[in-house]
Design a protein around this ligand. Structure first.
Ligand SMILES: Cc1cc2nc3c(=O)[nH]c(=O)nc-3n(C[C@H](O)[C@H](O)[C@H](O)COP(=O)(O)O)c2cc1C
Length: 195
C-alpha cells in the first residue's frame, strides 16, 4: 500500500513538473508582446525594408502596417543618380511632406511603434515625417530601424527627433544592410529593452 502511494505521488509530481515547464516555455516566448502591444509600421519601395519589417513583426509578435504614399514612387522617381528626380528633390527640401494614401494606422492601441524605412540621402524618406506628424504618438515608445546600401541610422534619427512630437521616448535604433538574416534581426531585438 505504502509502495503504491509512493508510486502515485512520484507520478503526480512528474506530471506537475512537466506542466510547469510547459507554462514557463510559452511565457518566455510571449515575453515581449505580453506586456507591450507593438506595431511595425514600414515604408519600402524596392522590398528590402518590407522584408525587414515582416521578419521584425514575426519576431516581436507585432502587427504590421504599410506606410503608403498617395502617389507611389516610380523607378525613375528613385533614380538618385539624377538629382532632378522626385525622391532626391524631396529629400533636399526640409518642408517636403509627401501625402499618405491613408491614415488607418491605429496608433492609439499600441505601446511601442517600430518605424522601418530605407535610408535616402542619409536620412529617412520625407514620408516618414508625414507619418509621424499625422498621428498622436504621446506616451509611446518609438523604435526606428532601417535598411541602406551602407549608411548608418544616426543622421536619420537625429532628424526625426527634431520633429515636434510630444512626450515620446525614442529607443535605440539600428540600420541593416539590405536583406539581413532573421538571426541578425532577432539578435538586435534581444539587445533592446522592449519591456
Ligand atoms: C533616393 C535614394 C537615396 C538613397 N540614399 C542612400 C544613402 O544615402 N545611403 C545608403 O547607404 N543607401 C542609400 N540608398 C539605398 C537604399 O537605402 C537601400 O537600397 C534600401 O535598402 C532600399 O530599401 P527598400 O527596398 O525598402 O526601398 C538610397 C536609395 C534611394 C532610392
Amino acid at each position: 500500500m505504502k509502495k503504491l502511494f509512493a508510486m502515485l505521488l512520484t507520478l503526480m509530481m512528474s506530471f506537475t513538473l512537466t506542466a510547469c515547464n510547459g507554462d514557463e516555455k510559452s511565457a518566455d516566448s510571449e515575453k515581449i508582446s505580453e506586456k507591450n502591444k507593438i506595431l511595425v509600421a514600414y515604408f519600402s519601395c524596392t522590398g528590402s525594408t518590407k522584408n525587414l519589417a515582416e521578419t521584425s513583426a514575426e519576431i516581436l509578435k507585432a502587427d504590421l502596417y504599410e506606410i503608403k504614399p498617395a502617389v507611389p514612387y516610380t523607378t525613375e522617381d528613385l533614380n538618385y543618380k539624377d538629382e532632378t528626380t522626385r525622391a532626391t528633390v524631396e529629400q533636399r527640401n526640409q518642408t517636403a511632406r509627401p501625402e499618405l494614401a491613408d491614415k488607418n494606422a491605429n496608433i492609439g492601441q499600441y505601446d511601442i511603434i517600430v518605424i522601418a524605412y530605407p535610408i535616402w540621402w542619409h536620412t529617412a524618406p520625407k514620408i516618414i515625417e508625414t507619418f509621424l506628424e499625422s498621428y498622436d504618438f504621446s506616451g509611446k515608445k518609438i523604435l526606428p530601424i532601417c535598411t541602406s546600401g551602407g549608411s548608418d541610422i544616426i543622421e536619420s534619427v537625429d532628424n526625426l527627433k527634431n520633429l515636434p512630437l510630444k512626450n515620446v521616448q525614442w529607443l535605440e535604433g539600428k540600420c541593416f544592410f539590405k536583406n539581413p538574416a532573421p538571426e541578425q534581426i532577432k539578435a538586435y531585438f534581444g539587445s533592446v529593452n522592449l519591456q
